[in-house]
Design a protein. Structure first.
Length: 312
């Protein structure tokens, strides 16, 4: 007997290459699963790469800010040593959130040698030396010393003049009095005269009241005030609040502590506590950044030694 040449109930389950339909479906499911795993791994790898990139960028940003502050801490106090009779505070910490660093740009500290309180308070010319014998008896610091070129110019005025000209013709100078715990203010210094020995300023009245009998002095200071405003760590140079410099962005917290030689840790350090007793300034900068629904936070903490305490 001859059997039928086809069996419809079996041929419908067999593909042309010999695989059954069930095997094809299983292979398709496995392929989809493999592709899903590969896709998940790819997405995870991409997410890790994004996080690493964000973390690296944030670390570099915080480290750049930390390095700049650290450099300024190390050089703070230059030419402001107690041996020279200076009483300007080189380092201040305010509320644990602001840091003020100062250094003197030139060795010459000019005495105020005016003998007229009203003229000093309102005039644009500040006498810094005198040839009046009677005045010099009570104010020997105002003696004219002329040993350097050019002749006829007090040496300390020459030092100021040279630095002013090297900086474009005008500079921010600082007037300071040790009276009352010390107070001062910045002003623009834009000229000088040899006879009488004086420097020129561009203001007609001081913001504060100073008594020339209190030993008022003049400095060519560089002052940097670090503070956090919003998420920007900014620095104010020489009291110029109207034009702060943006140091770094994406900062969530900025903390400052003064570590003293006796082990005390202070979040406030002013003129009442000598800056020469500082062992280290501790800085903590925290940053936070969000990008493509990825949040990254990081905190850097470092201690810096203000080396000029060794010369005092």
């Amino acid at each position: 007997m001859v059997e039928p040449t086809t069996r419809s109930n079996r041929s419908s389950l067999v593909s042309n290459d010999g695989l059954t339909l069930i095997e094809v479906l299983i292979a398709a499911v496995i392929s989809v699963m493999v592709l899903g795993v590969v896709l998940a791994m790819t997405m995870s790898s991409r997410q890790i790469s994004n996080v690493d990139s964000l973390r690296t960028d944030l670390n570099q940003n915080l480290r750049a800010g930390m390095d700049l502050i650290g450099t300024d801490i190390r050089i703070s106090g230059e030419r402001l040593g107690t041996r020279s009779g200076s009483q300007v505070t080189a380092i201040e910490v305010i509320g644990g959130s602001e840091l003020v660093l100062r250094r003197n740009l030139v060795d010459a500290v000019l005495p105020v040698c005016a003998d007229d309180q009203n003229q000093f308070a309102t005039g644009t010319s500040i006498l810094v030396a005198s040839t009046d014998a009677d005045f010099l008896l009570a104010n020997p610091r105002c003696q004219v010393i002329d040993n350097e070129v050019p002749a006829g110019w007090p040496d300390n005025v020459t030092a100021w003049r040279n630095l002013r000209l090297a900086n474009g013709g005008s500079m921010r100078a600082y007037l300071f009095t040790p009276a009352g715990g010390g107070q001062g203010e910045f002003f623009t210094y834009d000229g000088e005269t040899a006879v009488p020995a004086a420097i020129q300023r561009n203001a007609t009245a001081w913001a504060n009241t100073y008594d020339i009998a209190d030993g008022v002095r003049l400095y060519l200071l560089e002052e940097r005030r670090y503070r956090l405003v919003g998420n920007v760590l900014e620095v104010i140079v020489n009291g110029n609040d109207t034009a702060p410099l943006r140091l770094i962005n994406d900062v969530s917290d900025f903390q400052v502590r003064a570590v003293m030689r006796n082990g005390d840790v202070r979040t406030d350090l002013g003129s009442a506590q000598s800056w020469t007793n500082v062992a280290a300034i501790e800085i903590s900068i925290s940053g936070a950044v969000t990008r493509q629904r990825t949040d990254v936070e990081r905190t850097l903490t470092s201690r810096f030694f203000p080396r000029n305490v060794l010369s005092n």
